[in-house]
Design a protein around this ligand. Structure first.
Ligand code: C2E
Ligand code: CA
Ligand code: CA
Length: 583
């Protein structure tokens, strides 16, 4: 103003200056207005704190977000009261750092509790103002509610690291944890173990009852696995029906074996889903770091190999990895690849093992047992490839081939004058569950032109038979057409007198393990006699499997077993040899 007083200024100049001022004021108003609109429109909360008296100022949005009144958050103390206990130290440290040094802007995240008890994630950036002496007098900044973002981040994290069906951590998480454990184990010279779990027959359940029931079953299995989790033990889902149980700081192999036995017990107890009852068994394979592998992939591969060994040994087992298994794993991969071509290349052959009358030693029929004559590997036993064929689905085609050729053989024998000679055929649960199963059996019998009375099918009491009305219906249909049905391998697994009663069967085949246990004709410990008695009461015929010596045969005679099979008479042999046997 001094300038104006001193100068000789014309009116025009004054007018111009006033105009300029008004314009500036207008601009300022507009910019303030814009600023206000921006603040209101953003989700950010502007705050300011007087560091001399610790009084806060927030714009109103904070109170909307957290649900408090301005009085409730008047000072720093009140604010600290609502910070998440785990974040308090972080906030204090940030404040200390900020006020100590002349930092430009400081950004950090923490949680505060809302009036309703839930927590919100906030990110804040803050800046200080200092007096001439460099003492902080004022802090200000912007707070942003990032709860939604944090939840999204968590969802992305969960999606990446957890299995959505069972809630168990997944393979990616396992890989990261194992890498960490390897470092830790190297430092502390400690050991850890991984047990690879694969449910037996899960594919059958999934295919026959549908994925939704399959998922429920996996959820129940996972629940049981979660229940055994404690500080040393953690479970993961690899995918499908495969799980890993990790055990840290192990002392010795025995400790892992103990856990594995416990796992078998826990998972084997009955599972009820949608009114159906399942007995789930699993096969497992264990590895120990550092004995059985140096990195995650090697450990996992070897545990898988050991698990597969357990499957081969008859499921429901646990095996430890050993170096020889590596070769077996390579073999498995070869078998799997070659199986697909084996049928079109005509590489299968049927062998026949006589089924003999216990009382008069006459051959009543035979069991057809498939053999794979591999062009390079030579003969491969069904014990090796059937479970792989079941896994990759080729069992359906193989089974079809086996059944048709077994029927042709029965017809051939009939035409040769053996008019009551029957042929018994093994049927995989996977075949039985096919929609077209009964049709296929009946049509094949018709096509070949063999009498259905001469065909016997052998089924096993595996998990699928349980509560399986469908299987029962199918088998009844076949039995009504005079096809005979035998329950194979009776006595091992979850047997069950109830199956004997509910399944529409004509015969029971007592599992080899009972027969090999018979010590002498007078053996009183063995329970084969009880099985025979029971079957007879139910009107079923009994075949004993795996008879290798005379004392076993005499025992069977004594207890009035109907028929037997075994090396005592003959191993399974090709067609030409079988004819010689008959003569
Ligand atoms: P399985 O049905 O229990 O067949 C009996 C097995 O015991 C046969 O083994 C037979 O060679 C063997 N065996 C017979 N007598 C004796 C004996 O006195 N002592 C001993 N130690 N063993 C004896 P194989 O032929 O290796 O078959 C193994 C399994 O493979 C069969 O067990 C059956 O479950 C399956 N299998 C065989 N052929 C087929 C088939 O065509 N289809 C399906 N789905 N499975 C088949
Ligand atoms: Ca059999
Ligand atoms: Ca058997």
């Amino acid at each position: 103003m001094e300038k104006f007083e001193m100068a000789e200024i014309c009116e025009k100049d004054i007018e111009h200056t006033v105009m300029e001022l008004m314009k500036k004021q207008e601009e300022l108003k507009k910019s303030e207005e814009r600023y206000r609109v921006i603040i209101e429109a953003t989700k950010d909360i502007i705050w300011e704190m007087d560091l001399t008296n610790h009084k806060w100022y927030f714009n109103g949005k904070l109170y909307d977000i957290l649900g408090y009144s301005p009085e409730e958050l008047e000072n720093l103390e009140a604010w600290f009261n609502i910070i998440h206990p785990s974040d308090i130290e972080l906030v204090r440290e940030a404040i200390r750092e900020q006020s100590g040094k002349n930092i430009e802007v400081h950004t950090f995240e923490y949680r505060v509790k809302c009036k309703d008890g839930t927590y919100k994630w906030l990110v804040t950036n803050s800046k200080c103002e200092y007096d001439e002496g460099g003492k902080p007098i004022k802090a200000f900044g912007v707070l942003t509610d990032i709860t939604e973002l944090k939840e999204q981040q968590k969802r992305i994290y969960d999606l990446a690291y957890y299995d959505p069906v069972t809630g168990l951590p997944n393979r990616i998480m396992l890989a990261e944890i194992i890498n960490e454990k390897i470092k830790k184990a190297n430092e502390s010279k400690s050991k850890f173990s991984m047990i690879y779990i694969d449910l037996d027959n899960f594919k059958v359940i999934n295919d026959s009852y549908g994925h939704s029931l399959g998922d429920k079953l996996l959820v129940e299995v996972s629940k049981r696995l979660k229940e055994i989790n404690r500080n040393k033990i953690n479970s993961f889902r690899l995918g499908g029906d495969e799980f890993i149980v990790l055990m840290e700081d192990i002392k010795d192999k025995e400790e892992v074996e103990q856990l594995s036995r416990y796992l078998h017990k826990v998972l084997a107890s009955v599972i009820c889903i949608d009114g159906k009852v399942f007995h789930i068994t699993h096969s497992s394979g264990a590895v120990i770091y550092p004995d059985h592998g140096t990195d995650f992939n090697e450990l996992l591969k070897n545990a898988d190999t050991a698990m597969y060994k357990s499957k081969e040994a008859g499921r429901g087992n646990n095996s430890f990895y050993d170096d020889k298994m590596g070769e077996a794993a390579i073999e498995k991969i070869k078998i799997e690849a070659d199986l697909h071509k084996a049928i079109e290349n005509n590489e299968f052959e049927l062998y026949y093992q006589p089924i003999v009358d216990v009382a008069d030693a006459r051959i009543k029929g035979c069991e057809a047992l498939v053999r794979w004559i591999h062009p390079k590997e030579g003969m491969i036993s069904p014990a090796k490839f059937i479970s792989i064929a079941e896994e990759n689905g080729t069992i359906i085609e193989i089974g079809r081939w086996v059944f048709e050729n077994a029927c042709k053989y029965a017809k051939k024998m009939y035409d040769r004058g053996y008019t009551d000679f029957y042929v018994s055929v093994n049927i995989s649960p996977h075949q039985l569950l096919q929609k077209e199963f009964t049709d296929l059996i009946l049509k094949t019998i018709e096509k070949v032109g063999v009498a259905p009375e001469l065909i016997l099918i052998e089924i096993t009491e595996s998990v699928l038979i349980e509560s399986m009305n469908l299987a029962v219906r199918k088998l009844k249909k076949l039995r009504d057409k005079n096809i005979k049905i035998a329950l194979d391998d009776f006595g091992c697994g979850y047997s069950s007198l109830t199956y004997l009663r509910t399944l529409p069967i004509n015969l029971v085949k007592v599992d080899r393990s009972f027969i090999s246990d018979i010590k002498s004709e007078e053996d009183t410990q063995n329970i084969t006699n009880i099985i025979i008695l029971l079957a007879k009461q139910l009107g079923l015929k009994v075949i004993a499997e795996g008879v290798e010596n005379h004392s076993q045969l005499n025992y069977l005679k004594k207890h009035k077993c109907d028929m037997f099979q075994g090396y005592l008479v003959s191993k399974p042999v090709p067609e030409e040899k079988f004819i010689k046997l008959l003569k």
